[in-house]
Structures are given as C-alpha cells and as structure tokens.
Design a protein around this ligand. Structure first.
Ligand SMILES: [Cu+2]
Length: 161
C-alpha cells in the first residue's frame, strides 16, 4: 500500500502547480431591465462570484450607455429608497447578487444599437485589476427576468426615485 500513497502525495502538489493561478472571480447572469421611458434609467442585475481570493467590485462601465452607477435599495420606516455604492466586497468562493429589490445597476441612456441587438457588454472593474467583460441580456420593461425571479415592484421603486 505504500506505493499508491506515495503517488498521491506526489500528485497533489503537481496538480496544484498545474492549475497555475488561483481560480479567478467572475460575473454571470447579467441582464438589464430596460426602462419604459428613455429619460429614466434602466436597471441592471448580475451575480458576482469570488474566486480563491476575495475581491472588491469597484465599478461597472459600458460603451453602450451614457452612465452606469451601482446602487443599493434600502428599506427604512417602510419606505424604499436607494443610494449609490462605491464598492462591493465579493468574498472568496462566495457570491454577491445584484437583484431586483436589492443592489442594482442604474444605467442611463442605453444605446439603440444595443437595444436592437438585445444585449450589451458590461465591464466590471475589480480591485485586483481584473476587468471582466460580460454580455448582459436586455429585457423589455414588461419582459420577465431570464435568470432571476422578478421581485414585482422593483420597477416602481425606480420610478419613485
Ligand atoms: Cu438605483
């Protein structure tokens, strides 16, 4: 039984070395709920996954809109309001969901070309220097969420602010 054990002991460090860099953070399930009115911002949602090391999401950019901000909806005294957030911790091996009713992107002036294509590329700026390029599916205002359960009144929250 000694030989197999020795092989395993040798194989483990080799496997780690073969993996090279630690697992990176990534973003998926990105989608945009298009505002029914061009003068009000659309909302963006996604899930950020931490890799082997924790990382911070510092911001989101796109070539297909005028401006993007990260916001957080907060309930206070029975009223929903929202405030900009500068950065979000994405814990190692954990996830952070931007979803209706919680953290979200506000996206002003979504480009018509992106709308007709039905998707827009977002660039997620991470604190480790990574820039994650992710295609977000664009849903019409009455469209259902492709990847996340719609929380019904998220659109109303936006209209209120
Ligand atoms: Cu907002």
């Amino acid at each position: 039984m000694r030989a197999p054990l020795a092989l395993i002991a040798l194989a483990a460090p080799l496997a780690l070395a073969g993996c090279g860099d630690p697992a990176p953070s990534y973003v998926d399930q990105a989608w945009v709920r298009l505002s029914p009115n061009k003068d009000t911002p659309s909302a963006g949602y996604f899930v950020a996954h931490g890799g082997d090391a924790g990382v911070q999401l510092r911001g989101v950019m796109t070539d297909y809109a005028l401006k993007v901000e990260m916001h957080e909806s907060v309930g206070k005294d029975g009223m929903m309001s929202m405030q900009p957030i500068e950065s979000v911790d994405v814990p190692a091996k954990g996830t952070v969901a931007f979803a209706p009713g919680g953290k979200h992107l506000m996206i002003w002036g979504v480009n018509d070309t992106a709308i007709s294509r039905g998707k827009m590329q977002l660039t997620f700026l991470m604190s480790n220097g990574d820039r994650l390029l992710v295609d977000a599916v664009i849903r019409k205002p009455d469209g259902s969420a492709p990847t996340a359960p719609a929380a019904g009144n998220a659109t109303e929250e936006h209209k209120a602010h």
